[in-house]
Design a protein around this ligand. Sequence first.
Ligand code: GDP
Length: 484
Amino acid sequence: LTTYADEALIALDTLAGRAAGLVTPSLRLGVTGLSRAGKTVFISSLVHNLVNGGRLPMFEAQKSGRIARAFLEEQPDDAVPRFQYEDHIDALVKERRWPESTRAVSELRLTIAYESASAWGRMFSRGRLSVDIVDYPGEWLLDLPLLGKNYAAFSNESFELAALPVRADLARDWLETARSVDPDADADEMTARRLAESFAAYLRACKEDSRALSTLPPGRLLMPGDLEGSPALTFAPLPPAEGGRMRPGSLRAMMERRYEAYKAHVVKPFFREHITRLDRQIVLVDALQALNAGPAALADLQRALADILSCFRPGSSNFLTGMVTRRIERILVAATKADHLHHESHDRLQAVVRRLTERAAARANLSGAEVEAVAMAALRATREGTVSQGKEELPVIIGTPLAGETIGKERFDGETETAVFPGDLPRDPETLFDANAKAGPAEMVRFVRFRPPKLERSADGMTLVLPHIRLDRALQFLLGDRLA
Ligand code: GDP
């Protein structure tokens, strides 16, 4: 762990180096989102498009030809796993299969050599920017509120949430297990493990439920990273102690100690080493899935997004973490997988995300940071076409469904292309949030999972690049001003 003295030295070094023109300015870009939101695909496609000169017309520095080249460099943090860019690209490009998803923190440094747009800028800068991309599970971010809660409060809250009608059936097994143990009996490893496992199974069931319930902490029980099986992860809530007394050596005492260890050794270091150092952040959300599940799921997504955004609130989170936070200047909320819709619906999807984001940002009280919303597909797996039905020409999307996907009676083999009516979104996003409206039509967005696409030729026809939708807009918002 770096001490403050170390950090001061590093800061001085950096200043001196920058004055001498030796150090490349850097920017830390956080990439997060709940599991399967599309983080791995986003980072892979972003890097591939920059390194290989992809089509990025809305990314000003690229469009105006000011980017000399973009290349990968050694990352600054030796102790953080590297984002396995090459493996992911091999999977996408050579095998046309989706890469392994994010399971822990990883990092990648992409350096962009550019020519400043202004004469002033050209005089004073070497025209290099290192972007340190930090990929981490959104589940871990949602642990921040735990820092302000003791074990009793965490337990009470967990039991209250489990009693809610939407969760009651999913929680049944865990509650049964929890009631079957005596918290004041002697601590026993096997009992602790049984409780922790059934609690984790309940959290996972909530996450996998088709009602798209929001994620509950502790995040590492869902995404353990390299801590799987460690004592700091082998705990679970217990019903309140009578009279609030705790017997030393009891199961309850053991659970409390582990909960505190989780906060001290897992949550705090994660925030200190990763979150407090970010300059920019993109939060990926699977809005299409929530849309399909109806207004309650959208409300839930909005709540989860507000919780995520409030972790980036400058200043006020300090009392929880006791850490000095760098100010996150820009946050982009991006709905991924827009390639499941026809382009006529892209703006509509963006309107939905914008509404979600505005409400969530207001709740998270995010003054000071610029917040934007976009609908995009980091990797476009479909193209568009029309199918005539009678006199009408109907818009369709065309792609190769993954092996095993079905539409009606048809079952796909992973090799055959097909056209899908994507369904479309209402013109007015408000109707989607109307709690009185019928639960979302099951097929508002026809959700067939497609294989990754074949590559396209770059603008100059020289290289093969990954197709996308609006990735360039995301880049312009996240990096554009630093390449001016
Ligand atoms: P992570 O858990 O956030 O790292 O999620 P991934 O990046 O691994 O994405 C999860 C899955 O979502 C992938 O395996 C793909 O099936 C799908 N996916 C992600 N991004 C896109 C996209 O831009 N277009 C399409 N069609 N599917 C995507």
